[in-house]
Design a protein around this ligand. Structure first.
Ligand code: AMP
Ligand code: TRP
Length: 347
């Protein structure tokens, strides 16, 4: 194995993140991801956001539904403030470097690293032997997503921390094995009060688009009525809201609703409690429902408007893919050179 060469290389700040278009996006995706994606873009940082359709097919997807959900997710990004002119917004399969770099990284990563991933264990369930090979290799494709752009920062929810750590391990092993300082060691950005929005039916479980109970989540496409009803029925305990944040310890359902309020209102938990200490849920839930409807209503309306013009969405994704391709292809070519591939084809 070659000795690592110390060739310090500056990696300019570049943000990349992805979301699977494999179900309706939830309030968890909005608060934990989309809202923060728009904020990063507005801070003037270079931002790339990707609908990871190749990740989605690691479990079975109906093709027509997948196409529809990819457009819906694109609409959700734009309605949440991701501006396709300022950010690069596209779907993964239109940029070939994702798959091509994933293969190289498959050969850098170790099988044992993949088996340790909790998302794999959760998704594979009791019959891991019968899951797709893609589901096992999923994190190497995710590393390729990030490293194809030499992204330095990745905003995600708490559930993705382990995958980003693996991306760092893969980048470091590539750099070490080939004696280069080629890939950055990417930092996760897991910030804010909404890094883990929990289920409305069980405050110890993540709110997820794949939860069988629709009552457990607020979908970004829910009507105002549905949102209000779900919040009214959300699981709580009989105590009033406490005065301090510590008073929420051991009260996961109450804590979740306070967190959701804080994230929607751009407040801290303490500020929410300063306003609602001593309040019963009979008072707090309607206030939360009103706030959720006020914040999500305009986003849903904008999503519906965009969804009425699928050709326009496809055109936006195509333009984004071209811009992404222009960044990723030279990086992929460098990778091929580093690993010893002949590139003599005239293009
Ligand atoms: P996924 O829906 O699994 O593709 O996740 C897309 C992004 O949303 C990732 O950054 C996740 O970490 C984030 N996310 C998903 N569910 C939640 C949740 N319940 N709370 C906070 N962030 C979430
Ligand atoms: N695995 C992520 C999730 O399930 C989605 C994803 C794929 C991603 N590639 C990425 C997130 C690259 C950040 C960066 O949420």
């Amino acid at each position: 194995m070659a000795e690592p060469v110390q060739t310090p290389q500056a990696f300019p700040t570049r943000i990349f993140s992805g979301i699977q278009p494999s179900g309706s996006l939830t309030l968890g995706n909005y608060l934990g991801a989309l809202k923060r994606f728009a904020q990063k873009q507005n801070e003037g940082i270079e931002t790339l956001y990707c609908l990871v359709d190749l990740h989605a097919i690691t479990v079975w997807q109906d093709p027509a539904v997948l196409r529809q959900q990819t457009r819906e997710a694109a609409a959700a990004f734009i309605a949440s403030g991701v501006d396709p002119k300022r950010s690069i917004l596209y779907n993964q399969s239109q940029v070939q470097a994702h798959s091509q770099l994933a293969w190289v990284l498959n050969c850098v990563a170790r099988v044992g690293w993949m088996y340790r991933m909790t998302q794999f264990k959760d998704k594979a369930g009791s019959n891991a032997e019968n899951s797709s090979l893609g589901l096992l290799a999923y994190p190497a494709l995710m590393a390729a997503d990030i490293l194809a752009f030499k992204a330095t920062h990745v905003p995600v929810g708490e559930d993705q921390r382990q995958h980003i750590e693996l991306t760092r391990d893969i980048a470091a092993k590539f750099n070490h094995d080939y004696g280069v300082n080629f890939f950055p060691i990417t930092e996760p950005l897991i910030e804010g009060v909404a890094t883990k929005v929990m289920s409305l039916r069980d405050g110890t479980k993540k709110m997820s688009k794949s939860d069988p109970s629709d009552q457990s989540r607020i979908n970004m496409t829910d009507t105002a009525d549905a949102i209000a009803k779900k919040i009214r029925k959300a699981k709580t305990d009989p105590e009033p809201l406490p005065e301090t944040v510590e008073g929420l310890d051991g009260r996961p359902d109450a804590k979740n609703l306070v967190n959701i309020y804080a994230a929607l209102a751009d407040m801290t938990q303490a500020q929410v409690l300063a306003q609602y200490a001593g309040a019963q849920f009979g008072t707090f839930k309607p206030a939360l429902a009103d706030l959720a409807v006020a914040k999500l209503g305009p986003i849903t309306a904008e999503m519906n408007r965009l969804m009425a013009e699928p050709d326009e969405i496809d055109a936006i994704l195509g333009r984004g893919a071209e811009r992404a391709d222009a960044i990723a292809t030279p990086i992929l070519n460098d990778v091929y050179d580093i690993v010893g591939m002949i590139r003599s084809r005239q293009v």
